[in-house]
Design a protein around this ligand. Structure first.
Ligand code: SDX
Length: 429
């Protein structure tokens, strides 16, 4: 890591700060000693200019629309790899050999069952509970069932917990769906690949054999790849912050699920589909574009814009292609939602407001149309995002634990409240 320095002048004080360069991407100014030398904090709500850690896992170039996982472009991973291969890459840093892949697939496959008592945990929820609420509860509860992999100081236990999370999320997500629709749970089958197993656990019923459609399971697998990791986004930062206190991995992932649920983040796929449904027809698009541009209207085009991408989200391009593949395979010709989505995208990409603010479709814009076509209700969309993102969360969590610079995360503040004052008896208020 090459080091230069920056000099900061505050009044008559000046302090030299180290400037660190990474492999690629922006340099960072190390402000760790700033408060000690200047008695001042930096101020960056939303962390638009703040790097929280060093990482080797994912690199994003927002201006160029580039996304690399351990150096490999997302387009190549989505085209040539499968989700468990990407999981191995994110966890271990290299693409697996054939033998390593076979062993990894076997280990994940043989962790897909959940403790039988977990099924009783589900029955405590109302049937109409949002599946994300169920996932927050059930994933957090895993630490009560798998206490033998919660010692974060033990690398072996960390890896067992990592495999358990990757393996069990599809089973829990499918159980959340089955409970939501009032159908019996379906156990995983070890002779199916990851995505096929998930689709079968969701859509098989005891009354007949479920035959996996290879085109749909390949699309599902690719959707998982597209959602696997994304640098220090809000939910990943939540997992890292929770993990910095020494919390067990299941609790940290539950915290990540809770954060992902927000409509500004992973909840945008559900919100985007609801928005397309509300728009309904192409002739109503101008009304919604006008609302999105109106400062007095809180409405935003869901699935548009991104904190980092000021160009087209590379995942959205692949997602759009997958949407056409799935709709084609299912014989869905004129999907009104797709028609609205494509016309909305065309208009927005030529509109001055969106061009000036560099607002492009993000991964959530097309994913909802695809997931709906696959048979999922909108309430399950963010659950699928959480399922796929679990590997990113757990890889980043492991990296954080192994980082020698790692300390408990504890930001400071700019206090704008009342200066010290004395208590007033109620008779004097
Ligand atoms: C994900 O971080 C990640 O990597 C996240 C993610 C991942 O994989 O983990 O990529 C997944 O969360 C994708 C984003 C999904 N969210 C949405 O699609 C919700 C709609 N988008 C916005 O809420 C917004 O674009 C964010 C939250 C995504 C980004 O917000 P920022 O970076 O804080 O930008 P901002 O809110 O400051 O907006 C900048 C300007 C504002 O106008 P001004 O105040 O400067 O005049 O752009 C406007 C905003 O009003 N704007 C939009 C808009 N998004 C931003 N206007 C209309 N519609 C939108 N969607």
């Amino acid at each position: 890591m090459t080091e230069q320095s920056a000099t900061l002048k505050i009044g008559d004080k000046s302090v030299d700060l180290a400037v660190k360069s990474g492999t690629i991407g922006p340099d960072v100014i190390d402000i760790g000693a700033l408060y000690k030398h200047t008695a001042s904090f930096t101020y960056d709500p939303g962390f638009t200019s703040t790097a929280s850690c060093e990482s080797k896992i994912t690199y994003i170039d927002g201006d160029a629309g580039v996304l690399l996982h351990r150096g490999y472009p997302i387009e190549q991973l989505a085209e040539h790899g499968d989700f468990l291969e990407v999981c191995y890459l994110l966890l271990y840093g290299e693409l697996p050999t054939a033998a390593q892949k076979k062993d990894f697939d076997y280990r994940v496959t043989h962790h897909t069952m959940v403790h039988e008592q977990m099924s009783r945990f589900f029955t405590g929820f109302r049937r109409d509970a949002h599946p994300m609420a169920v996932m927050c509860g059930c994933v957090g509860a895993l630490s009560a069932f798998y206490h033998d992999s919660t010692d974060i100081t033990d690398p072996h236990q960390r890896m067992v917990a990592s495999l358990r999370m990757i393996a069990k999320m599809p089973t829990l997500a499918a159980m959340a769906y089955k409970y939501h629709v009032g159908q019996p749970f379906v156990y995983p089958k070890n002779d199916l690949d990851y995505a096929s197993n998930f689709l079968r656990m969701c859509f098989a019923v005891p009354c007949e054999e479920y035959v996996v459609n290879p085109v749909l399971s390949r699309a599902m697998d690719r959707i998982f790849i597209l959602h696997a990791d994304h640098e220090q986004n809000a939910s990943t930062s939540t997992v890292r912050l929770a993990g910095s206190s020494g919390a067990n991995p299941f609790a940290c992932i539950a915290a990540g699920i809770a954060c992902l649920w927000g409509p500004a983040h992973g909840g945008a796929n559900e919100a985007a589909l609801n928005m397309l449904t509300e728009i309904g027809t192409v002739d109503r698009i101008p009304e919604y574009i006008a609302r999105a541009k109106d400062k007095n209207d809180p409405f935003r085009l869901m699935g548009f814009g991104h904190r980092v991408y000021k160009n087209y989200d590379p995942r959205a391009k692949i997602m759009q292609k997958t949407t056409h593949e799935v709709l084609g395979e299912l014989g869905v010709k004129d999907d009104p939602l797709l028609e609205v989505a494509m016309e909305l995208e065309r208009i927005a990409l030529t509109d001055e407001y969106f061009i000036e603010k560099k607002l492009y479709p993000n991964i959530d814009f097309y994913s909802g149309i695809t997931l709906k076509a696959l048979g999922f209700p909108t309430t399950m969309f963010t659950v699928l995002f959480a399922l796929a993102r679990t590997v990113g969360w757990i890889a980043q969590w492991n990296e954080m634990i192994e980082d020698p610079e790692q300390r408990i995360g504890r930001p400071r503040q700019l206090y704008i409240g009342e200066p010290q004052r004395d208590y007033l008896p109620v008779s004097k208020r």
